[in-house]
Design a protein around this ligand. Sequence first.
Ligand SMILES: [Ca+2]
Ligand SMILES: [Ca+2]
Length: 95
Amino acid sequence: VNVELGSISGHKLEDADGSLGTTGDQTPVENWTITLYKDDNHDNIADPAEQVAQTTTDANGAYQFTGLLPGDYLIKEESQSGWTNVSPVQIDQDN
Ligand SMILES: [Ca+2]
Ligand SMILES: [Ca+2]
């Protein structure tokens, strides 16, 4: 019996004016920590015990997690002082 392994990827961007309505002012952010959780108890909360991987964004702001079993995953970015989020810090993604 086999199961196909999946992947989750995305980009971390800085928005110059803090408004998502204007997208021409977004630039990649490098070296930002992104953490992947497998939400096994399906409560949409990234419980520490559910952490499965961690990475940092590359020069293009890109991150990718591979070799993932099917499941309900949460992707969470770290918070850094001096920055605030204008889109959710946590994304829910079925894989
Ligand atoms: Ca903008
Ligand atoms: Ca959970």
